[in-house]
Design a protein around this ligand. Structure first.
Ligand SMILES: [Zn+2]
Length: 200
């Protein structure tokens, strides 16, 4: 009797153990899947970029001065451009004009975000590129461009900028200035827009 009980119960224990092992494996696979899906959901949820002051962002309507070099937008500008812009701004002040800056240095991530916003706005990358360069091509990312937020100051720079080495680069962006020449030289011809290669 003792023997026959052992013979009957032994295979049943093996089946039970196998079932438990399979259930544990299945649970582990399900748990792994849940972790992967949760991870993907989290990374998508945190993906939207929001430009910060550290990225060179200047809040809408808050044009800053060329002296605000505690802000990365101004402080990270190429020293030759910043020096030329400050000299020009001093001369413009003598004519009663402010030279507010709406954008200067930008991080590559900020530039990439701006391009994405422009693609959404214009509905096509080709049109967006006429207004916003890629991070690889933008002079803002290298600190070699400033955008001026006053039409009067833009007009003054279009007449006097070359005296300080400052030139408008793109025909469709009267606000965008770079230091392209030595003071007193003649600015090169403008290119139509930011999607064009700069002429020689
Ligand atoms: Zn610009």
């Amino acid at each position: 009797m003792q023997i026959s009980t052992t013979l009957v119960t032994a295979p049943s224990r093996v089946r039970q153990a196998t079932f438990v092992a399979l259930a544990v494996c299945l649970a582990a696979i399900v748990a792994a899947c849940v972790i992967v899906v949760a991870g993907l959901t989290t990374s998508f949820a945190t993906a939207p970029f929001s430009p910060r002051v550290e990225d060179g962002h200047i809040p809408e309507g808050a044009a800053v001065s060329l002296d605000d070099d505690h802000l990365p937008a101004i402080g990270e500008l190429d020293p030759a451009l910043l020096g030329a812009m400050r000299e020009a701004a001093t001369a413009a002040a003598g004519a009663g004009l402010d030279v507010p800056v709406t954008s200067g240095w930008r991080s590559a991530a900020y530039q990439d975000w701006l391009l994405g916003v422009a693609v959404e706005t214009y509905g096509s990358e080709d049109v967006a590129r006429q207004f916003v360069a890629t991070p690889e091509e933008s002079s803002h990312v290298t600190g070699e461009a400033v955008d001026i937020g006053s039409v009067d100051a833009q007009s003054w720079l279009s007449q006097h900028g070359a005296e300080y080495g400052l030139c408008q680069v793109y025909a469709n962006e009267p606000w965008h200035y770079e230091r392209l020449i030595e003071p007193g030289e003649v600015c090169p011809d403008m290119v139509p827009d930011a999607s064009s290669q700069r002429g020689s």
